[in-house]
Design a protein around this ligand. Structure first.
Ligand SMILES: Nc1ncnc2c1ncn2[C@@H]1O[C@H](COP(=O)(O)OP(=O)(O)OP(=O)(O)O)[C@@H](O)[C@H]1O
Ligand SMILES: [Mg+2]
Length: 239
């Protein structure tokens, strides 16, 4: 029997550390504010730290805290590793492998409890997860629309267009993109944003869903306030 279609989105980025977690948590906050039952999912998470005496992965905890569905860390992040490095390397360091079926089952279990699932990818779009699959394959397994976080810094136009082509080549829909300010001193920021709007909007019909400045505390509510409500309503099919 085919599993029911999931609703939500797969959040990828032009690189690691470009704001995927901040944006994913803000999307969860935005949905929760509208009374939607939503769950965050971080299928593969690398890097454990001690927060308030507890060993946690920061991304997993941020998504869990922003979700309106009550979940455990293990449900949000079924595959967590100690070392903060490329996931297949972190797995090898522990003599473990990343099981594609486990990642998909975890998503399906949460999707049965939530109306919308916000899945944060790993690093950029194409990250090896095992000998025969990568993070893009997992995005294909989910069949969710993709949201691209573009980290605003020199070089991001190329990274955004390469990511958009890779998403499209896997037969997935780039449903929109969110600009997140990484380099506050980026030269010609507005011209870069205009080019991203033209290229991603024109070639890929992907609208800009928001532009996020650098903030002193980029909490979910503050980041969500930078989103384009109408564009997000269209993306999630909300009235
Ligand atoms: N708009 C912003 N203003 C201030 N700080 C930000 C902003 N966006 C992201 N950051 C900070 O930058 C760092 C990287 O952001 P984040 O963890 O969301 O990136 P990521 O793409 O999820 O990284 P990873 O690939 O490790 O999952 C974090 O410390 C985060 O708090
Ligand atoms: Mg993250």
């Amino acid at each position: 029997m085919r599993a029911a279609a999931m609703h939500g989105c797969f959040v990828t980025g032009t690189d690691t550390e470009v704001g995927k977690t901040r944006v994913s948590a803000a999307l969860l906050h935005w949905l929760g504010e509208r009374g939607v039952r939503c769950a965050g999912y971080k299928p593969v998470a690398a890097g454990i730290e001690t927060i308030d005496g507890e060993d946690v992965n920061e991304d997993v905890r941020a998504l869990r805290d922003a979700s309106s569905v009550v979940m455990t860390d293990a449900e949000v992040g079924p595959c967590q590793f100690e070392a903060a490095c490329a996931p297949h390397i972190a797995a090898a360091l522990e003599g473990r492998t990343i099981e594609r079926a486990v990642l998909l089952q975890g998503a399906r279990t949460l999707a049965a409890r939530a109306e919308y699932l916000i899945v944060e990818g790993v690093g950029g779009f194409c990250v090896p997860l095992g000998a025969d699959f990568d993070s893009a394959d997992f995005a294909v397994d989910l069949q969710l629309p993709v949201v691209l976080v573009v980290g605003l810094r020199l070089g991001c136009i190329n990274h955004a267009l390469l990511s958009a082509e890779a998403i499209c080549a896997r037969g997935l829909r780039l449903a929109g993109w969110i600009a997140n300010t990484v380099d506050t001193g980026m030269p010609h920021r507005d011209a870069n944003l205009a080019t991203l709007r033209d290229e991603l909007g024109g070639r890929h019909q992907a609208p800009c869903l928001g532009v996020v400045p650098r903030m002193s505390s980029p909490d979910p509510a503050a980041v969500a306030a930078c989103f384009d409500d109408a564009a997000l309503r269209a993306l999630f099919g909300l009235a």
